[in-house]
Each structure stands twice: as structure tokens, then as C-alpha cells.
Design a protein around this ligand. Structure first.
Ligand code: HEM
Ligand SMILES: *[C@@H]1O[C@H](CO)[C@@H](O)[C@H](O)[C@H]1NC(C)=O
Ligand SMILES: *[C@@H]1O[C@H](CO)[C@@H](O)[C@H](O)[C@H]1NC(C)=O
Length: 496
């Protein structure tokens, strides 16, 4: 997607790829669109046709972007081909854009690739009334499941037992925890949307997760960019983008089948899950117009794709940090032992009496910074930010990295330091803690994610001590795909 451009910029690209990229833009760039509007945020001089293509060193994109911020300040503009975007830095301006001017920056940009996969229904890529209706419904449904017969908390506790069993089975030998964690986290979404979890060995489950993973991988790749720039030609050419549409097609038929099953044994007076609740909504006489089967499918998929990788990646960072900082892990264990003990499972209510563990979970989210430039937004009308004119339809990246590592907000921004969230041993909220973004279009799953992170993490640290394998050092290096994630690592989990 064009939207993944920033992560593509971030990834080091090979020379060959850059050449194709340049050639493509040379062909399609529209020179007229490159004239800057008046009072537009500053940025590097635009080259004919190329825009700012050459201002970004593809081998070290973060360094060239850092230089741009230093040179042009907290709001600057870049242009690639005919695509124009602004980057906003620092807590103050990010909040100004996302919260105080929330309405002006609430849309998401689209692109041919996004249209092909998502259409304009659903939660993540819809805009306007459709987005409002779908978001309101999803939020209230998730909230109701928190209070329903089997609460969200119970579902997560149950899954947590399965996760611990799967990790126990590794018997303290080095292993990569990715698949166990991913299974556990995506089962929570399965349970909410489909009504049931899958066994970790279920082959249908594996197939679904594998398809999603592949689809996300290709979507974050250069081929998607190419498709977005050149849809009419690319439509007829072979390449991974064709596979992408095929994979998404398969994911969709998987979910469609589950929806058909739900229709067969649906009981309107007892909705079991998100799909049942949605069918109820569709059946209402005064149902809002955006509720139909296509959007049921899309909203379900959106919950899946936004809810799984983000949370499971954060948990992978969590185990990594615990193994790198054994003294912090030991303090979490001491707090668990005194508040919960070894005989019962952690519960949400424990969080208030566990300031240290709570601070550690927050610090893990801050430092792992998994959505570094937020999801892209687009202005709904002409607006003014920091005195600059930003026309309607401009793509805006709120640089969450610049907030989570803001030198004016954090005592030791680059250090893993749970003290950032503690004052006199009590938990302390911080304004610059924005891993879920802020404002009207902030993460829809924040409550769910926070509950999952606390319960899974605490249950794991209650039962295990995580350590680097003998003679191996663990690295904090990351890679940037759809989210910023640790490089695959191996770890040992010793039962306590
Ligand atoms: C640690 C876990 C998570 C992090 C760090 C995270 C972060 C984010 C961020 C930064 C955004 C973009 C918000 C914006 O544009 O301002 C977002 C959007 C979204 N997230 Fe999450 N998220 C997490 C977990 C989840 C979960 C578990 C769900 C499942 C319900 C979820 C569902 C969504 C949805 C549906 C959107 C799109 C909202 C919209 O466009 O209205 N997220 N998330
Ligand atoms: C975001 O902020 C960080 C930290 O200030 C900076 O290193 C990075 O270059 C910024 N990214 C962009 C796209 O401006
Ligand atoms: C670790 O390294 C030491 C010294 O290099 C070696 O004797 C030992 O066998 C290694 N242990 C493992 C588990 O590889």
C-alpha cells in the first residue's frame, strides 16, 4: 500500500528495488501537483518528478528523517511522486492534531491496493458515516462482552492457562515463543468474534494464521507500493501482489464460512459473540445503512488483523526485556508472590495493587514503540497546524516515536526504566504515554489490549523465569514490517 510507504522507507531497500521505484515514479509523477501550497510546512526542495525521493537515504532512512526534523522543526512535509504528506513531531503538536483538532485529521487515506482488499466498509479504512457507525457498534459490543456471561477476563485467563501449558512443554530448553504467543493472542479475538478458541494444533487455525501472516507480509512489501502507483498495469502482471489478493480471498472465505454457520444456529435473544451481535444489528428494522454482510466480514477481519500482531509483538518484547533485565523480572515476581501468590490466577482487579508490575507493562509498551509513525491519517478539510496551512486531503503521520521518546517528557527516554511510571512506589500515569495514539480515531482495542497484556504477562512471570539460552546474548534489534518487532529470538522458560 502507499500507506506502508513509511515503513518501506524505514526498511533498507536494495539498489535494484530503488531503481524500479524511481523509474515507476518518473513515469507516473504529476509535476503540477508538486508545487507547494502557500504557507505549507517546510521540507526539502522538491526535485522535478522525483519530489523528495533522493532526500531519504534508503539504507539509513531513520537517520535522514532525523536530520529533516532537526532542520525543519516539528512539522515538515515530504512528497513522493504525487503523494504529499506531513510529519508531526513532539507531544504538544501530536496532541494538537489528534485530539484538539481530532475532527480535522480523522480520515484515513486510501489507495488502489486498499480499495482492492478492504473496500470502504469495516473499521480501519472506512471514513465518514460508515466509520462512525461501525466503530460505535464495535466498541459497544466489545464492552458488552466484557460484562457478558463469560467475561473477557475469564476468556483471557482460560487462554493464559493454555499458553502456560504450551511453554511448560518446552521444558526449559531454548525456544522461539512467537507461535505460542501468537496462537494465544489470536484466540482471544477468535473467542470474541467466532465464539470459540482453537486448539493450538488445529490445522484450520494454523492455516488461518499462516494466511494472515503471509498477507500482512506481502502487504508491507514493495510490491504493494508498486500496485498502488500502477494499478491498471499491475492488475495484468504476475507478482506477489496477485498472491496478496488471493490470500485475502482465502481468509475471507474462511470467515464467510463461519458467518454462514452462525446464521444456521443463531438465536437473537442470546448473542454468543461479535458475529451474532452483528446479525442482530443487521436484522433491526432501523439498522444503520452500513450494516450488511460485506461489512460484517470486513469488521471481523479488521478486528483480527489489528488485534493479533500488535498485542503478540508487545508480549514478545516483554519476555525479551525480562530476560535482559533479570533484576526487574525478580521485582515483578516478588510483587506477584506477595499480592497473588502461586495458587490462583492473576485477575484484572490485582492491577491496582500491583504498581510495579503495572509500571513495567507500561514501560514495555513505551520502549517497544510498535507503531512508530501511527496509522496514517488524512485531513478532512483545510486546516492550520502550528501556523502552517495544511490542505484537505493531505496525509498526516503523527510521529509516536517522538512522543514516547520525547526528551522533555521522560527522564531517561532511551533506557528501559519502569521508574518512568512510578512516584513514591505508586503507579503514575504519564501524558506522553501514547502507544495507542489519541483522540477520536485512537486504537479501538486499547482496553482489550491492556487487559490482555496485564493478564498474559503476569501469568507468565508468575509461573516462569525467562532467561537467555546459555552462551547466547539477546538483542534489542528490531525490524519494521506492519509493526516494529524484535528479531526472532530464542529464550529459556524455567518453571518457578
Ligand atoms: C499492544 C497492542 C496494540 C497497540 C499498541 C495498538 C495500537 C494502535 C494504533 C497506534 C492505532 C492507530 C490509531 C490512530 O490512527 O490514531 C490502532 C488502531 C486500531 N486498533 Fe489497535 N493496537 C493494539 C491492539 C489492538 C487490539 C487488541 C485490537 C482489537 C480489538 C485493536 C484494534 C484496532 C482497530 C480496529 C484500529 C483502527 C481504529 C479506527 O480506525 O477507528 N488494536 N491501534
Ligand atoms: C520520529 O521521531 C524520532 C525521534 O524524535 C526521529 O528519530 C524520527 O526520525 C522521526 N520520524 C520521522 C518520520 O520524522
Ligand atoms: C558455553 O561456552 C563454554 C566456553 O566457551 C563451553 O565450554 C560450553 O560448553 C558452552 N555451553 C553451551 C551450552 O553451549
Amino acid at each position: 500500500m502507499l500507506l506502508q510507504l513509511l515503513s518501506v522507507l524505514w526498511e533498507a531497500l536494495s539498489l535494484q528495488v530503488i531503481l524500479v521505484f524511481l523509474a515507476t515514479f518518473l513515469l507516473v509523477a504529476d509535476y503540477k501537483k508538486q508545487i507547494r501550497p502557500r504557507n505549507y510546512p517546510p521540507g526539502p526542495m522538491l526535485l522535478p518528478l522525483l519530489g523528495n525521493m533522493l532526500h531519504v537515504d534508503f539504507k539509513k532512512p531513520h537517520i535522514s528523517l532525523q536530520k529533516l526534523t532537526e532542520k525543519y522543526g516539528n512539522v515538515y512535509s515530504l512528497q513522493v511522486g504525487s503523494m504529499r504528506f506531513v510529519v508531526v513531531n513532539g507531544l504538544h503538536l501530536v496532541k494538537e492534531a489528534l485530539v484538539h483538532q481530532g475532527e480535522n485529521f480523522v480520515d484515513r487515506p486510501s489507495s488502489p491496493g486498499i480499495q482492492g482488499i478492504y473496500g470502504s466498509s469495516g473499521l480501519v479504512f472506512s471514513n465518514g458515516l460508515i466509520w462512525k457507525q461501525q466503530r460505535r457498534f464495535a466498541l459497544s459490543t466489545l464492552r458488552n462482552f466484557g460484562m457478558g456471561k463469560r467475561s473477557l477476563e475469564e476468556r483471557i485467563q482460560e487462554e493464559s492457562r493454555y499458553l502456560n501449558e504450551a511453554i511448560e512443554a518446552e521444558k526449559g530448553q531454548p525456544f522461539d515463543p512467537q507461535s505460542q504467543i501468537n496462537n494465544a493472542v489470536s484466540n482471544i479475538i477468535c473467542s470474541i468474534t467466532f465464539g470459540d478458541r482453537f486448539d493450538y494444533h488445529d490445522s484450520r487455525f494454523h492455516k488461518l494464521l499462516h494466511l494472515l501472516d503471509e498477507a500482512c507480509h506481502i502487504q508491507g512489501s514493495f510490491w504493494s507500493v508498486l500496485y498502488d502507483v500502477f494499478p491498471t498495469v499491475m492488475k495484468h502482471l504476475p507478482g506477489p501482489h496477485q498472491t496478496l489478493f488471493k490470500k485475502w480471498g482465502q481468509v475471507k472465505s474462511f470467515v464467510r464460512e463461519i458467518i454462514e454457520k452462525h446464521k444456521e444456529d443463531w438465536n437473537p435473544s442470546e448473542p454468543r459473540d461479535f458475529i451474532d451481535a452483528y446479525l442482530n444489528e443487521m436484522a433491526k428494522e432501523d439498522a444503520p445503512s452500513s450494516f450488511h454482510e460485506e461489512s460484517l466480514l470486513q469488521s471481523t477481519l479488521d478486528l483480527f488483523s489489528s488485534g493479533t500482531e500488535s498485542t503478540s509483538t508487545t508480549l514478545r518484547w516483554a519476555l525479551l526485556y525480562m530476560a535482559i533485565y533479570p533484576e526487574i523480572q525478580a521485582k515483578v515476581q516478588a510483587e506477584i508472590d506477595s499480592v497473588i501468590g502461586q495458587s490462583r490466577q492473576p485477575a484484572v482487579d490485582d492491577r491496582d495493587s500491583m504498581p510495579y508490575t503495572n509500571a513495567v507493562v507500561h514501560e514495555i509498551q513505551r520502549i517497544s514503540n510498535i507503531v512508530p509513525a501511527n496509522s496514517p491519517r488524512m485531513t478532512t478539510k483545510d486546516t492550520t497546524l502550528a501556523g502552517f496551512h495544511i490542505p484537505k486531503g493531505t496525509i498526516m503521520f503523527a510521529n509516536l516515536t517522538s512522543v514516547l521518546f520525547d526528551k522533555d517528557e521522560w527522564e531517561t527516554p532511551n533506557e528501559f526504566n519502569p521508574g518512568h511510571f512510578l512516584e513514591n512506589d505508586q503507579f503514575m500515569k504519564r501524558e506522553a504515554f501514547l502507544p495507542f495514539s489519541a483522540g477520536k480515531r485512537a486504537c479501538l482495542g486499547e482496553q482489550l489490549a491492556r487487559t490482555e497484556l496485564f493478564l498474559f504477562f503476569t501469568a507468565l512471570i508468575q509461573k516462569f523465569t525467562f532467561q537467555a539460552p546459555k552462551n547466547e546474548t539477546l538483542s534489542r534489534e528490531f525490524r519494521v514490517g506492519l509493526v516494529l518487532s524484535p528479531l526472532p529470538y530464542r529464550i529459556c522458560a524455567f518453571s518457578r
